[in-house]
Design a protein around this ligand. Structure first.
Ligand code: HEC
Ligand code: HEC
Ligand code: HEC
Ligand code: HEC
Ligand code: HEC
Ligand code: HEC
Length: 359
């Protein structure tokens, strides 16, 4: 979808002319009535944003190719319990009402767009770039009996949507056998915030989870996902971490340079470090998956849990598996924590009688 910015510019110019008190000079005639004085504090500064500076054009183009714009699930998940994260209208209604109790299902669902995250066209000044959800976010899922708060700059905008959903009822460590009654049991697709903070509720005994995560940065998600973009394909307002470079899938590394010495293009040593780490995580995840299949909990065809009654720790191991899989960063969001969750889950399955497969 390409927008005609010339047309917009003309429209803006005419609005400016019509609404400002000083129109273009004409021949001197009778003095007309004085125009209404604008309300104090409000300006009609369309050109603050619609101007020849490339920002709006570039950001819009990045966004247009993003999963936020193209993912398609605004239509699929346009229903109660889903609209608040999957449609622009649902999210803004949640922000206005402060609750998800009574959100209407819009007739013309919109994907996540500029108006979802910014207060566009409210005061018609550059103040409207302000974010719609700027404050700290108390996550839905508690940890060790306490609230978990995300407060990381502009990425506060992201985490209402990109957090675990509550799993209730859930088993407790070494607890009674647990019945999986719903095969979609799990934290849903975006448990990113909980994992980055290292506060997911399904930890099993074993190695100690680390207290800190080097990737839990002060600006959170935007450090990496909104770092200097690659064209319209990644970073910036596209927010993806990979792009296509002449047919080769390539990682966006612009967000890593503030901490890692990534060397120079093609960044071989740093890319190898990432690949080695992710292979380690993927192998552990595959081992755990094989154990869960052997125990009859996980079905690789449906990619869902099987209904039935299982050992509490096996169900917790499944929830760890599901969290790490749905996070989709292959461990990058919290490297050491992800390792420990997987190691302890593999050990728990072994203890129950489902040893990890031999290499
Ligand atoms: C805070 C920045 C900002 C200001 C100030 C602003 N706009 Fe916009 N405007 C936007 C954004 C962002 C969009 C959506 C662009 C997109 O979707 O790619 C937009 C879209 C539009 C569109 C296209 C239709 C639409 O709603 O998507 C028109 C027309 C428009 N603006 C006119 C104006 C006029 C006239 C003014 C001044 C009275 C104004 N804008 C002030 C940011 C701004
Ligand atoms: C209103 C809820 C909402 C907000 C706010 C939001 N997201 Fe998303 N995000 C989603 C949804 C829903 C999808 C999947 C879209 C689809 O499939 O239609 C998604 C997709 C993504 C993806 C792409 C995943 C892929 O598979 O390509 C990334 C990366 C992402 N979001 C990062 C962010 C970041 C960073 C922020 C904050 C700057 C943010 N999101 C804010 C709901 C949100
Ligand atoms: C708390 C916010 C939230 C709620 C509520 C929510 N989703 Fe999502 N959903 C997301 C996010 C964020 C993503 C994108 C995750 C990613 O791409 O990694 C997503 C992704 C998806 C996907 C794409 C998965 C894929 O593998 O491509 C589907 C389908 C989906 N959601 C359906 C639903 C349905 C149906 C509901 C209601 C029953 C729902 N969602 C409720 C946040 C939410
Ligand atoms: C998913 C949420 C999200 C969406 C959608 C989104 N933005 Fe943003 N935008 C952000 C965040 C977060 C920042 C701050 C980034 C940072 O701190 O580096 C930002 C920053 C900006 C800025 C810089 C603001 C300033 O104060 O200087 C502009 C301009 C902007 N966005 C324009 C747009 C336009 C145009 C669109 C639609 C095409 C859009 N944004 C869509 C989240 C979003
Ligand atoms: C330290 C950098 C970093 C931070 C901080 C970060 N991410 Fe990521 N994220 C990544 C990388 C790298 C990947 C891709 C891993 C891969 O594909 O192998 C990724 C993957 C994802 C994905 C899966 C889809 C995709 O684009 O591959 C989503 C969704 C996502 N991140 C959302 C978030 C959200 C939301 C936050 C904040 C709550 C966040 N991330 C914070 C680096 C980061
Ligand atoms: C705020 C600083 C910071 C940022 C930004 C950052 N990292 Fe890191 N990262 C660290 C530190 C510190 C470590 C631990 C020491 C080490 O292994 O280098 C680390 C470790 C790693 C590891 C090794 C994990 C392990 O345990 O084996 C990988 C892989 C990695 N980072 C990838 C990335 C990628 C990819 C990005 C950008 C998308 C990124 N990092 C951004 C600070 C950062």
């Amino acid at each position: 979808m390409k927008r005609n910015y010339n047309l917009i510019a003309i429209l803006i110019t005419s609005v400016l002319v019509m609404s400002s008190c000083e129109g273009p000079m004409g021949p001197i005639g009778e003095e007309g009535e004085k125009g209404d004085q604008g309300e104090p504090g409000t300006t009609l500064a369309c050109a603050d944003c619609h101007n020849s500076n490339s920002q709006m054009t570039a950001f819009s183009a990045q966004w247009e190719e993003s999963t936020h714009a193209t993912g398609g699930n605004a239509a699929y998940a346009n229903r109660e319990g889903c609209v608040q994260c999957h449609t622009s209208q649902g999210f803004l209604e949640y922000v206005a009402e402060g609750s998800v109790a009574d959100i209407s299902v819009p007739q013309n669902p919109m994907q996540i767009n500029c108006f979802t995250c910014h207060n566009i066209h409210e005061t018609f000044s550059s103040d409207d770039w302000a974010l719609t959800k700027p404050g700290a976010e108390t996550l839905e899922v508690r940890y060790a009996g306490a609230d978990v708060v995300w407060n990381k700059g502009t990425s506060n905008q992201c985490v209402f949507c990109h957090q675990s959903r509550n799993v209730s009822p859930a088993p407790s460590v070494n607890g009674a056998d647990f019945e999986i009654a719903n095969n979609r049991m799990g934290p849903h697709h975006g448990p990113n915030a909980n994992l980055i903070l290292g506060k997911t509720p399904f930890e099993l005994p074993g190695a100690q989870v680390p207290a800190n995560n080097p990737h839990s940065t002060a600006s959170g998600c935007v450090t990496c996902h909104m770092s200097a973009p690659y064209g319209y394909q990644a970073g910036g307002h596209n927010m993806a971490m990979k792009y296509d470079s002449h047919g080769t899938e390539t990682r966006l590394l612009t967000g890593c340079t503030s901490c890692h010495d990534i060397g120079s293009s093609p960044y071989t040593a740093f890319n190898n470090k990432i690949s080695e780490f992710q292979s380690e995580i993927k192998e552990k995840l595959e081992d755990l998956e094989a154990q869960l299949v052997a125990a009859g909990i996980y079905n690789t065809t449906t990619e869902l849990a099987n209904k039935g009654t299982f050992k509490a720790n096996a169900v917790l191991a499944y929830l760890n598996y599901n969290t790490i899989k749905e996070d989709r960063s292959n461990g990058i969001h919290n490297p050491e924590y992800t390792r420990v969750l997987l190691d302890n889950s593999i050990a728990a399955m072994t203890a129950i009688g489902y040893p990890a497969p031999e290499e």
